[in-house]
Design a protein around this ligand. Sequence first.
Ligand SMILES: Cc1ncc(COP(=O)(O)O)c(C=O)c1O
Length: 505
Amino acid sequence: MRESWANPAGGPAGGGVGGAVGAGSDLHLDLGGPGGLRACLMRALRDAVRTGRLAPGTRLPSSRSLAADLGVARNTVADAYAELVAEGWLTARQGSGTRVAPRAEPAAPTAPAGPPGARPTAPRRPPGPAAPARTPPRILHDLRSGRPDVSAFPRAAWLTSARRALTAAPSAALGYDDPRGRPELRRALAGYLSRARGVRADPERIVVCAGFARGLALLGEVLGTTVAVESYGLWIHRDLLTRAGARTVPLPVDDRGADVSALYTAGARAALLTPAHQYPTGVPLHPDRRTAAVDWARATGGVVLEDDYDGEFRYDRRPVGVLQDLDPERVVYLGTTSKSLAPGLRLGWMVVPEALLGPVLAVRRETAETCGVLDQLTLADFLASGAYDRHVRAMRLRYRRRRDQLVAALAEHAPAVRVTGIAAGLHAVLELPPGAEEPVLEAARRAGVALEGLARFRHPAAPEPGPGCSGPGRDALVVGYGTPPEHGFSPAVEALCAVLRGALG
Ligand SMILES: Cc1ncc(COP(=O)(O)O)c(C=O)c1O
């Protein structure tokens, strides 16, 4: 058996879809198995393409350099390339060398993938010339909630911050990180959170985590207890708590937010709340209930986990301040860049009460779970330079315009629909006539409009809402108006209105 990491010298770097393995990059080929060298080489290349190791468009080494690297005659490689071109695995064009043939991307998921952390969809099919052509159902318009317009990510400003941050960082910053995260980021966050959200934030009490979800999982592990959650919320968060060893019990939600009086009978030691903008119903927690939640924590030794996932995006009045301000020793404040910048960054933070800090950091040390320091340093610079504020302000205007457009379009084309929960955030709740949720979702699926129904968010142990209840109605849609790129928003609203017109008559 002969193995090789081809690393040919010279040859222009390839462009196109894939990278170039011929421009001083390594190409691992296992030439073992039956047959002569040419057959082995062809088999190894086919395998590399089939399994996706060599992506469509990738430029291969020249036959001369690969032959030199493998220690075989150049003709052996040239013949193998020629046969693979004839079979459709490779393409050869004058001036652009030999490349892996372009072919259809593996099939996209057949159903909307759901919000962050949604259950996995079917595995990706590796590319290969023999794969039958398939046209999966396509998402033409994405109106799922929980996502920002990632096409608006401030790439240039982020790059400026990344360059500046890395240039200024001492070498020591590239070593193993403090379990709380980089001090530069914690200082910048403390300043921003107290200024913009009213958080009582001491940099020593901030723990940087890979998004809200990892912070929640960590707290679930530390608390290991029964956690009361809002009866409507993200299933991924409930599942994370369960995985971490906590049990979740539902708290009723009505038009004043979570009914925190139920905490006394819920048998919970912690309560996960979205006080600024209940997710997904969109109501802010009533001031009386804010105080009552903190009173419960004080009286019972409990703790409130405050999920401030979209606190920056409030349109109709000044932002609702944070609950944590009422008692920083009884409330863990959690925030994220997933709405303000991009979920793919995986950067979030917690401001942790003194009593929980030790146990939280102990788990961080045991699990060695920290976030990449380059992104942390970049975010620190992004915050400190004012770029974060500028981006949030620009996006607030954009999302507010979209919200107004959505509300106006629904009033004109779907008057039977009542729109609620729109004072803040990136989503709206569309209350439907009784029994309409499933038919509307089915019509949306057929039209390629990705949408979620409210029922999906209900805690499995929560009772179904009865008619005339003051909470979320029985049938509703949760529509994310942040998700589409700017050019796709109007067509998405039109498609939604057409679906509603068709399904509701
Ligand atoms: C209610 C709620 N909390 C938190 C988050 C953010 O989660 P993460 O920071 O893990 O992306 C989301 C994102 O969709 C959310 O909907």
